[in-house]
Ligand binder design. Structure first.
Ligand SMILES: [Zn+2]
Length: 123
């Protein structure tokens, strides 16, 4: 049974198709939430203003456009229930993403080493 909600799927649809395929597979392994796919200029600027580690528009991989259409090269995920301070959760999530990425031969980078635990991006 797919555990992604309509909201998750809409967010995932703003991502590069390689990420869409990958995250759909990961969602079969663990309850998952898609927190961000593509971010437009207003959304990116708002995030930067909160002081979290984020690049200004349009430098983030979340800001990628192809022919004017959202095609995010990054996705922010969380294992449900969301426990932001549960490092074990984030490591488990990363291991699932890598497991599927290796199978699909998709090159994915996790920004966990920078404290951005939910962030996965295409290389
Ligand atoms: Zn991100």
């Amino acid at each position: 049974m797919p555990n992604l909600t309509e909201r998750d799927l809409l967010r995932l649809a703003t991502c590069d198709v390689e990420l869409q395929v990958l995250i759909t597979k990961v969602a079969k392994l663990t309850p998952l939430m898609v927190i961000w796919g593509f971010r437009n200029e207003d959304e990116q600027t708002a995030i930067v203003k909160t002081g979290v580690r984020a690049l200004p528009w349009p430098k983030s991989k979340h800001n990628n456009l192809v022919d004017g259409e959202p095609c995010s090269l990054a996705v922010d995920l969380g294992i449900l229930p969301l426990e932001w301070k549960n490092l074990q959760h984030w490591r488990i999530l990363a291991s699932y993403v890598w497991q599927e990425a290796i199978r699909a031969k998709t090159d994915v980078k996790w920004l966990g080493h920078l404290g951005d635990y939910g962030h996965f991006e295409l290389k």
